[in-house]
Design a protein around this ligand. Sequence first.
Ligand code: SAM
Length: 290
Amino acid sequence: MGATLGNPQNTIEILKKYNFSFQKKFGQNFLIDTHVLDKIIAAAEITKDDFVLEIGPGIGTMTQYLAESAGKVTAVEIDKSLIPVLEDTLKEYQNVTIINEDVLKLDLNDLVLKENGGRPIKVVANLPYYITTPIIMGLFEKHVPLESITVMVQKEVADRMQVGPGTKDYGALSLAVQYYAKPYIVANVPPNCFMPRPKVGSAVIRLTVHQEPPVHVEDEKLMFGIIRASFNQRRKTLANGLKNSAELNLSREVIAECIEELGKGPGIRGEALTLEEFAMLSNSIYHKIN
Ligand code: SAM
């Protein structure tokens, strides 16, 4: 038997059978559209060789699709009231493991080591929107071995991940995502594809993880500190943003020299710099302070 959820009737039946009540605090909006599910699976390019980590399986709708195409699936769900539901909806699949945990508290490097011999995995999820950024940044910053991340997120967040300098959505998230991966928006998804309907539009984004970063950076932590400081005070100049950062603790002279070396004027703002320019700036600051 193939995947049976993903259509509104079967979803409602399961919810009734288990007398399930949605928990807002867990960002629960379940997918009820088979076309969207097919698109996510196709964009993730899953094969029987793949180990897939699903974050927040809900009642197991996408998990069924993943189990049919992947070699192994591990799904991490925080809500313990969903565990008996998942045991029921996934009982026919021998290649699925459910973990009842907060994904932010799990040691994912350890999981990849134990379950996939440390080889890169694919992450596929309809993410709980209240923790989209910590989940994605956690995967990148902890250097979890990854091939790709294909996820449903708030449309506005997908846009922020994909844009370059000179747009209002450009910021620390755009730069961090683009340092680690190549983003591609697969589809926009309207609220009526979910139960209950979210208040905002959604989008599926695929992040294909770079095997080598696209720019050379001497000290990643320093570069991301510089990026954060530059966007903390968007309307200030880059020089003032950097000067006001207690974390960086840089002198006005060092900042001015490095901005000049970059070939920019003193009035330049952080939001005008590309990833390459942030890398160059951070490398010249690194050499001045070390
Ligand atoms: N995958 C299901 C679907 O597409 O229908 C459900 C997606 S729903 C948007 C998000 C899911 O993530 C919910 O099942 C929620 O309980 C779960 N969740 C929320 N916070 C979590 C966390 N910190 N760790 C693991 N799962 C979480």
